[in-house]
Design a protein around this ligand. Structure first.
Ligand code: UDP
Ligand code: MG
Length: 314
């Protein structure tokens, strides 16, 4: 019989966890003739009772495993830890807030069992339940990254996907520090079937992503999967050199014909400000890539474990 590992990143999810466990347990009973379930909760440095709940769940149910980080490392690190430690033939990533419907698991499992697909991924058709600003920004992000990156990012794609062992191994073979999983999933290739569903509201607790976290995640995606911004900054530089050249010719001719060499001080100040701004902007772009390279060369661990379910039996 096949084993499915459910990787669940949890950051302050004390309210959602019992609901999540109950729902998935129900599905596991429905699928008891198809597959065994392994729950792999990753506690991403929660400050609430998440860890206590996980300890209790693991001592009651042998299928429950957990990895608890020494601090908050972010959802990307939690997903990596989960995939890395999963023992299942199939592995899925699910949010703890039940926004990824467990009822789809059966269909996803059957798809992989057919043998043709390596992965069954999901995307939500709407973003109902998220704020207006978040919806707009997400839309912009996908339109920008689709132009900048060769790796195709599917708009509305969730991290909820069932993958076979080959695909999981391909993903964990990429040990980069700056992780952007939505890109990595596409990068590794393999046959993926997409299932769509209407977005569901978080069942308990609040979203763990604020505007700044999402913004830096978006930058992570762009810097991680495109070098076009670097080319763009060089292009902007070239365009401005050309404009300056035309202006110099114009001013020389104007002075020779009409005189008045000192006119135009205000416009000059505006130009200095603008060019200065563009230079800083381009330096910033280069700095962003440099910073990522710097962090990458340090080879710091993606996550640090403080406790796992194995510690319960000591
Ligand atoms: N999460 C995490 N670490 C973080 C932030 C979030 O492990 O630093 C988990 C969180 O517990 C949840 C999943 O990632 O299981 C998705 O988070 P959330 O539902 O808050 O995001 P949203 O649905 O608003 O995008
Ligand atoms: Mg959520």
């Amino acid at each position: 019989m096949k084993k499915i590992t459910l990787v669940v990143p949890c950051y302050n999810e004390e309210e959602s966890l019992p609901l999540y466990y109950k729902e998935v347990d129900k599905v596991s009973k429905e699928m008891k003739n198809d597959a065994l379930f392994e729950f792999l909760f990753v506690n991403d440095g929660s400050k609430d009772k998440t860890l206590d709940i996980l300890r209790k769940m693991a001592s009651k149910d042998k299928r429950v495993r957990f990895i608890s980080f020494s601090r908050n490392f972010g959802k990307e690190a939690a997903m990596f830890a989960g995939l890395y430690n999963a023992t299942g033939d199939y592995v899925t990533i699910m949010d703890a807030d039940l926004q990824d419907p467990p009822s789809l698991l059966k269909e996803m499992f059957d798809t992989l069992e057919e043998g043709y697909y390596d992965c069954c991924a999901t995307k939500s058709t709407s973003r109902n339940g998220y704020s207006f600003v978040r919806k707009i920004c997400t839309k912009w992000f996908y339109s920008i990254i689709s132009k900048l990156s060769k790796t195709e990012m599917v708009a509305g794609a969730r991290d909820f996907r069932l993958m076979n062992r080959k695909m999981v191994d391909a993903i964990i073979s990429m040990k980069e520090y700056n992780r952007y999983s939505k890109g990595l999933f596409e990068f590794v290739g393999f046959n993926t079937k997409w299932i769509e569903f209407e977005n569901i509201d978080r069942q308990a607790g609040v979203s763990k992503f604020n505007f700044f976290k999402l913004f830096s995640y978006a930058i992570e995606g762009i810097v991680g999967f495109s070098t076009v911004p670097l080319v763009l900054s060089a292009l902007i530089g070239m365009i401005f050199c050309f404009i300056a050249f035309v202006m110099i010719i114009f001013i020389i001719l104007k002075t020779l014909i009409w005189g008045d060499p000192v006119g135009g001080w205000p416009s000059l100040v505006c130009i200095i400000f603008m060019v200065g701004g563009i230079q800083l902007f381009c330096t910033g772009i280069i700095g962003e890539y440099l910073a990522k390279t710097y962090l990458e060369t340090k080879k710091r661990p993606i996550y640090i474990v403080k406790e796992t379910e194995a510690d319960l039996h000591k």
